[in-house]
Write a protein that binds this ligand. Structure first.
Ligand SMILES: NC(=O)c1ccc[n+]([C@@H]2O[C@H](COP(=O)([O-])OP(=O)(O)OC[C@H]3O[C@@H](n4cnc5c(N)ncnc54)[C@H](OP(=O)(O)O)[C@@H]3O)[C@@H](O)[C@H]2O)c1
Length: 183
């Protein structure tokens, strides 16, 4: 049975994108494509759930095949599916999910088999935590102060989520924090 991991790379002051929507200052070569850290993450991942805005970060939706780190089935939560289906291949497929987070997670778990479902996009991270559907929360904290931008945990309803620390790892300049979501 697949497990569900959620989380993102966050600045020390709590932002996952700067005021212009960029994540450039959060990236660290030690946690980027080709690194030991990313290679292990890619091997563990069987499916991805993301929000439409994270999907739209790629200017060309056909970019994902062959370029996105996770060449696996991708489930995009949206109210409005893309008018044309982006390029897909035998590894990376797209499913636009319009009936909510629980449906997206169920579909992604079925696709992931025994591997991990990665859930990302700030609003989607919040939803999966609120719904009690995440098994682990992973936050990679970059030593950067962005001052303003998009907060990862900007949701008062997250107050009830209980976490247990299971790991702290140094990845280059990043502190990678892992928590079990206590159910
Ligand atoms: N730091 C990192 O690790 C990292 C990684 C990835 C992305 N990012 C950044 O994160 C930002 C994206 O996060 P975000 O919170 O703004 O957006 P998001 O979670 O990626 O996407 C939000 C959008 O997804 C759709 N959606 C979400 N939940 C839905 C639901 N239950 N039912 C139907 N549609 C749903 C809606 O779009 P529609 O209504 O338009 O369909 C919603 O506006 C970007 O700025 C990106 O740069 C950071």
């Amino acid at each position: 049975m697949a497990t569900v991991h959620t989380g993102m790379t966050m600045s020390l002051d709590g932002f996952v994108a700067d005021r212009r929507g960029s994540t450039a200052r959060l990236s660290d070569p030690a946690a980027s494509s080709g690194s030991e850290y990313m290679t292990a993450l890619i091997q563990a991942t069987g499916a991805v759930v993301m929000g439409k805005r994270s999907f739209a970060m790629a200017e060309d939706p056909d970019w994902f095949v062959g370029n996105y780190e996770f060449q696996v089935p991708i489930f995009v939560l949206t109210h409005t599916p893309a008018p044309a289906m982006p390029k897909q291949d035998e590894h990376l497929t797209f499913t636009f999910v319009t009936d909510g987070i629980a449906s997206a997670i169920a579909k992604a778990k079925a696709a992931a088999g025994q591997r991990v479902v990665q859930v990302l996009g700030a609003s989607v991270v919040q939803q999966v935590l609120r719904a009690g559907l995440a098994d682990e929360l992973h936050v990679d904290v970059a030593p950067v102060l962005l001052g303003a931008g998009l907060r990862l945990f900007d949701d008062p309803d997250l107050e009830g989520v209980a976490l247990k620390k299971v790991g702290v790892q140094e990845v280059g300049e990043v502190a990678s924090l892992r928590f079990l979501v206590v159910k």
